[in-house]
Design a protein around this ligand. Structure first.
Ligand SMILES: CC(C)(COP(=O)(O)OP(=O)(O)OC[C@H]1O[C@@H](n2cnc3c(N)ncnc32)[C@H](O)[C@@H]1OP(=O)(O)O)[C@@H](O)C(=O)NCCC(=O)NCCS
Length: 298
C-alpha cells in the first residue's frame, strides 16, 4: 500500500466508534487465525467499552487515524497515553484487508514516537507484525499476560476488611500504584471512581491493597505484598456472584504467580490468545498487580 492510498490525521471523538469497529475486525481476525473462538458481539461490547474508550481518547497523549483516500473509511488507528513518565501505547489496529502493507508502522511512529516517556510500555497481542514493530520501537517483551475467565462463586475472605472508597482516599490508592507500578495515574482515577467500585483492603490493622470492580470489567488490582492478591480476587468473586454475573475475567501477568495459581485452582480457564507486556526497561512489581480488564492499558 503506497502512502498515497491513505490519509493520516489526528483522531476526533467522532472517530471513536469507527476505530472501535476496526479493532473488533482486527482482533476477530487474530483470534480466528489462532484457532480461538470469537465470542464478542460488537454492539454489546461497544456498550461495555464506550466509557473506557472515550476516556482514553479524551486523555490521549497521541491519537492518529488512517482513512482510505478513495472512500474516506477508517482503516487503522493508534493511540497512546502518558501518565507522568509512563508512556503507553493503548491501541494499534489496522483493518485486516489493509494489514502487512506498512500502515501499522506509519501509525506507530505517529502515536508512539521515539524518545518520549521515562518508560515506554505496550500491552501487545501476540501478532508477529506488531511484535516486530514494537521491538523496532525500542521495547522488549518482559512477561506474558494471560486472560483468565471463570464462573464467580461466593467465598469467605477471613482476616480482610473491604471498604468502598470515594475521592477522599484516592491519594492512598495513587501512592500504592506509585510504590508498585512506579507511577500514579491521576488522569484515570476520576474515571475509575465514576465507572468502577474502588475498594481498599485492610488486614492486620493496615492497608494492604486496592481493587477496582465493576460488572463490565475489573482492575487495576494492586497490593503491597503478593500474598494479599487472592483475598481481593475472592472478594471480587463474591461481589460478582451477588450481582448475578455469570462470568468474571482478569488480565494476569505470568509473573503474578499468586493470582495465577489461585485462579487456576478456582477453575478459571485461559480464554484468549496471550498478550505480552513490552517495555523499554524493567519497571514495576507485577507479581502483585493486575491491570485493567478488558485489556487496553495497565
Ligand atoms: C499489528 C498491526 C497493527 C501491524 O500493522 P501492519 O500494517 O499489519 O504492519 P506493518 O505492515 O507496518 O508491519 C509489519 C511488519 O511485520 C514484519 N513481519 C511480518 N511477519 C513477521 C514474522 N513472522 N516475523 C517477524 N516480522 C514479521 C514485516 O516484515 C513488517 O516489517 P517490515 O516492513 O520492516 O518488513 C496489524 O497487523 C493488526 O492490526 N493486527 C491485528 C491486531 C493486533 O494484534 N494489534 C496489535 C495490538 S497491540
Amino acid at each position: 500500500m503506497r502512502p498515497a492510498e491513505f490519509n493520516i490525521r489526528r483522531g476526533t471523538p467522532a472517530d471513536n466508534r469507527p476505530a472501535f469497529d476496526v479493532s473488533m475486525l482486527a482482533l476477530k481476525d487474530l483470534f480466528v487465525r489462532q484457532g480461538y473462538e470469537w465470542k464478542l458481539e460488537s454492539e454489546a461490547f461497544w456498550q461495555v467499552m464506550e466509557p473506557l474508550v472515550s476516556h482514553v481518547a479524551e486523555h490521549a497523549a497521541e491519537w492518529w487515524v488512517a482513512e482510505d483516500r478513495s472512500d474516506g473509511t477508517l482503516i487503522g488507528y493508534a493511540r497512546s497515553v502518558e501518565r507522568d513518565g509512563l508512556f503507553e501505547l493503548s491501541e494499534l489496529f489496522v483493518r485486516p484487508d489493509r494489514q502487512s502493507a506498512g500502515l501499522g508502522k506509519v501509525l506507530l511512529d505517529k502515536a508512539f514516537p521515539s524518545g518520549r516517556g521515562e518508560v515506554r510500555v505496550i500491552i501487545a497481542t501476540n501478532d508477529v507484525r506488531g511484535l516486530a514493530r514494537y521491538y523496532g520501537a525500542g521495547t522488549a517483551a518482559r512477561f506474558v499476560l494471560f486472560s483468565l475467565a471463570g464462573q464467580p462463586r461466593p467465598a469467605a475472605t477471613e482476616g480482610y476488611e473491604a471498604l468502598r472508597i470515594g475521592s477522599e482516599a484516592i491519594g492512598e490508592f495513587a501512592e500504592m500504584e506509585q510504590a508498585v507500578v512506579g507511577y500514579a495515574r491521576h488522569a484515570d482515577y476520576p474515571w475509575l471512581l465514576k465507572n468502577r467500585e474502588i475498594y481498599k483492603y485492610r488486614s492486620g490493622g493496615r492497608t494492604v491493597g486496592f481493587g477496582c470492580f465493576s460488572e463490565t470489567g475489573q482492575g487495576p488490582i494492586v497490593t503491597l505484598e503478593p500474598d494479599d492478591q487472592p483475598a481481593i480476587l475472592l472478594h471480587f468473586e463474591t461481589l460478582a456472584h451477588s450481582r448475578g454475573m455469570e462470568a468474571l475475567s482478569f488480565q494476569v501477568p505470568s509473573i503474578n504467580v499468586g493470582a495465577m495459581n489461585h485462579l487456576l485452582d478456582r477453575g478459571y480457564k485461559f480464554d484468549s490468545p496471550p498478550g505480552l507486556l513490552m517495555s523499554s526497561r524493567d519497571f514495576g512489581r507485577f507479581d502483585r498487580f493486575l491491570p485493567f480488564a478488558p485489556a487496553i492499558v495497565l
